[in-house]
Design a protein around this ligand. Sequence first.
Ligand SMILES: Cc1ncc(C[n+]2csc(CCOP(=O)(O)OP(=O)(O)O)c2C)c(N)n1
Ligand SMILES: [Mg+2]
Length: 322
Amino acid sequence: MNKFEIPNQKLIEMYEKMLEIRYFEQRVYYLFLEGLIPGTIHLYTGQEAVAVGVCSSLRKDDFIVSTHRPHGHYIAKGGPIKELMAELLGKKAGCCKGKGGSMHVCCFDAGIPPAIAIVGANVPIAAGMALAFKMNGTDRVVACFFGDGAVNQGMWHEGVNIAAVWKLPVIFICENNFYAASTHVTKVLPVKSIAERACAYGIPRVTVDGNDVLAVYREAYKAVERARQGKGPMLIECLTYRHGGHSRGDPATYRPKEEVEEWLKKDPIPRFKNKLIEMGVLTAKQTEEIEKNVQMKIEEAVKYAKESPFPEPEIALEDIYA
Ligand SMILES: Cc1ncc(C[n+]2csc(CCOP(=O)(O)OP(=O)(O)O)c2C)c(N)n1
Ligand SMILES: [Mg+2]
């Protein structure tokens, strides 16, 4: 235990998960440039503290509902990395048998139904899952991730409203990275913060430093416990930043250079690493070993994905509703 009252082992696992996401995304970027990934990709680099902070507050049998930027959520919730990598390469061993690609990754055993890339559409779906959990008499909860771009979608308002009215066990996580593609949040938000939107639905809200994994964890933990007790949803706005462009080839020239530099200084991974060393949870040498092990794990996933066969064309007709 330490001053945060979180077991050291849990802190180390959180650090490992953040590194897994970072190295995974860095590797995916190069695989994409090599032409090995069909479709498009939206990388999560820079936002790792949100996914890991939230998912560390969940149980295995809780669900998350992800977005078009899902790799970090999937890894943080405990989805197998090899199957994720294989999916991105369109391989049969992928989590959707190579038929879903980057934006639909899933692992039901780990509480990850397929990610939903239609901005805002995952909010009513999260409410529906939470309703099912409640009707089945369980205390399972749903964590619903979305970006700043989602909060102006009609579906977002309908989903939050019904969750609030019926006190559904869902926590709404806004990853405010200040941009929806190239549109800055201030161009489309008439209120001071996204968290304020919660007032319209009578649910509690909080804005948190989304690059501080422990701050995110603490707020998520409280919201999850509240939801488990049947007290209804909460909105957590996490202020963060994506290090790269919106998707594949976006050079993100719409962002001022100084702004990017400021946020790179707040990179959640070195911040957490330094904190763990300061607290005596890990030595610098131990962090190097963890980094090496995580890198090896990602390389194994790349090897596995590259060596896996492509699916047979006939399976395009399986797993469909007709
Ligand atoms: C309803 C809908 N409109 C447009 C798109 C195209 N699109 C995909 S991601 C995106 C921006 C989303 O921004 P935000 O919600 O802030 O998430 P971020 O990309 O920053 O993680 C857009 C416009 C979409 N997928 N769905
Ligand atoms: Mg955004």
